[in-house]
Design a protein around this ligand. Structure first.
Ligand SMILES: [Zn+2]
Length: 325
């Protein structure tokens, strides 16, 4: 099955069918928004789809620039003229890789980026539960977790490395998202406690930015700052008032830290509904990105902008195909 899929993908990316697919997907010059999370060092052995190697990111930027103008989100939304197709690079959450790896690239390459910051973990300096778990399970030896009361059974990680391992880690995260918050937090704490002293040397790629790093990022002329809520809650599940409060709190903190008025938003985990989207203009927001896969056509809603997710384990062929939405 896997071999068949690989074959099908190869056939699709072979030049003639790919060109036809591409011509159809890009008719009318839609805007391509890409979703990244953070960057890590090339030699850092970290199994998380959200941590792209710095060198892979640079190679993607170079390939993109042959076909696209990489523009700011404001330029893309305002329809600023461009002969080429337009692409917007977005990053979610707010990890220290933005400061260590991304900012030097942005400055050197004059590269516009939009950074959606979940302000809670930057403010507290404490990773959200899901980042704490991903950091914690980066152990040198295979790891067996007994999830006990949480009822997720015994989970074994790190017997293989790379994408196969990430699929197991992300299945654990998805199962944990379905737990009650108290049970989920207790399990996350147990996983963190169980792996202390067993982790590989660089196991902290998902550490939050500091406020000082945040300020420095915001001083770059190439950086647009957006909000990603305060607590990274699943906003369609906590009630509209709590969702509004979380967004308003993040907007206030971002204004205080950066001196900028923030008008762009990213739904945490891509969770939203019609009521939430309709509430955003009242909070001073002008756009919102989703995790819906696709390209943005100018007649589409500005509060449901589709994006294309990019991760550590996408090879060049998968990436090229994904770019078509
Ligand atoms: Zn996020």
């Amino acid at each position: 099955m896997k071999a068949l899929k690989t074959l099908a993908k190869r056939a699709l990316t072979a030049d003639a069918p790919y060109a036809a697919l591409r011509a159809r997907a890009l008719r009318g010059k839609p805007v391509t928004l890409l979703t990244y999370h953070t960057l890590g060092a090339d030699d850092e052995d970290f199994d998380a789809w959200t941590v792209l190697r710095r060198g892979d990111f640079l190679a993607q930027v170079e390939r993109l620039r042959s076909d696209y103008d990489i523009v700011s989100l404001d330029d893309a939304l305002s329809g600023t003229a461009s002969n080429k197709l337009q692409a917007v690079l977005t990053f979610d959450d707010g990890h220290n890789g933005w400061h260590e790896h991304l900012l030097p690239i942005v400055e050197r390459e004059a590269l516009p980026v939009t950074l959606y910051v979940a302000t809670g973990h930057v403010h507290s300096g404490v990773p959200y539960w899901f980042d704490a778990v991903v950091n914690a399970v980066q152990t040198a030896e295979p790891l067996t977790l007994d999830t006990g009361d949480a009822g997720l059974g015994r989970i074994t990680l790190n017997t293989e490395r790379g994408e196969a391992n990430w699929l197991r880690i992300s299945a654990l995260l998805e199962a944990m998202k379905a737990l009650q918050p108290a049970a989920r937090d207790a399990l996350a704490e147990r996983i963190v406690a169980a792996t202390v002293g067993h982790r590989r040397p660089r196991h902290d790629a998902l550490t939050p930015l500091t406020v000082a790093q945040m300020r420095e990022l915001a001083r770059s002329r190439w950086v647009t700052i957006g909000s990603h809520s305060h607590g990274h809650q699943l906003l369609d599940r906590i009630g509209i008032d709590a969702a509004r409060d979380s967004i308003a709190q993040s907007l206030a903190l971002l204004a205080e830290w950066t001196g900028r008025v923030v008008t762009h938003f990213a739904y945490p985990n891509g969770n939203y509904n019609a009521e939430l989207a309709a509430a955003l203009p009242g909070l001073g927001l002008a756009s919102a990105v989703t995790t819906n896969k696709g390209l943005w056509r100018r007649d589409g809603s500005r509060f449901e902008l589709p994006r294309i997710n990019v991760g550590r384990f996408d090879d060049a062929a998968r990436w090229r195909l994904n770019l078509l939405g």
